[in-house]
Design a protein around this ligand. Sequence first.
Ligand code: SF4
Length: 362
Amino acid sequence: MKIKLLGKNLEELKQIVAEEGLPGFTAKQIAQWLYVKKVRSIDDMTNLSKAARAALSEKYEVGLVEYAGLQISSDGTKKYLFPVRCPHRRGLNAGSDGSIPEEELESSAVEAVMIPDDDRATLCVSSQAGCRMGCRFCMTGRQGFHGHMSASDIISQFIAVDESDRLTNAVFMGMGEPLDNYENVMRTIEILTADWGFAWSPKRITLSTIGVLPNLKRYLDECRCHLAVSLHDPFGPERLRMMPVQGAWPLKDVIDLIRQYDFTGQRRVSFEYTMFAGFNDTKAHADALVRMLRGLECRMNLIRFHKIPDFPYETSSDIVIENFKNRLNNQGLTTTVRASRGEDILAACGMLAGEHAAKEGK
Ligand code: SF4
């Protein structure tokens, strides 16, 4: 099995060209072919000598994962399905970049969603096949954990989608908890923001987490991209009923950590709040949110819930959501309601991959 070049950073490419006896500048040329010109094959790297391409091809391949399924919404939202190969022994780090023997990997599927909005095209990417965080309202959590995605698989989503050259923003909000696959997500962000890579500003990228505290601290220390936190309930015992993570890393500790960082400049923090009728949508919840976040420069996004099977709650009504929003705004917490996109293509994260898995008998 060949090793994938996609997902390597410049340092690793330098090591590879040194091992192959190629000139040092070849590493930057390869990075350009991979991340700027987005070639599918080493043979297409035409400013490398034929001998260099032949030498590289012995051990390496580009390794792009092309999408295997696509649904297009009437509002232009596109949901892509990607096949991935992940290690079935949980101790192994991440799947298909060629570093783990093929027989150690099993097939799974993840989704990436492209959301067009005026002159923006935002890609919502997955970072794990399935998820082990077990949030009760989430289809991905229901499917269990199938493995960490390699940086190669994560970056493939950015290159393989039809809109690759006109993407303006990225959100790590697809399947999986990105801070549970820290190294590979950070490698992907390095490739997206490096001048030898996609050369995106960190302002174009938002990572969304439920609050994996140790890696959240690393992220805030090491990365300048935006942060979104899935909050969903200000009251600990209630939040625990929906999100087991609350038992390990309580929301209060997450907020205390966030308060230690500066969000008055370019980096922004926002909070995601899915509205469940009769569960977390009362005046008491709104007022507790205001108290919890008082003095923090942040924004709140309210999200309508897409009903999933065997889950007792439905989304709050439009009027309740509007009143909740107004109550927060009136007390100084800047709040918007996220527009629902792609409803006709099963917008809830994990549904397309779940259907795929069902068809494959997984
Ligand atoms: Fe995992 Fe996010 Fe779903 Fe929770 S909401 S189970 S963290 S994918």
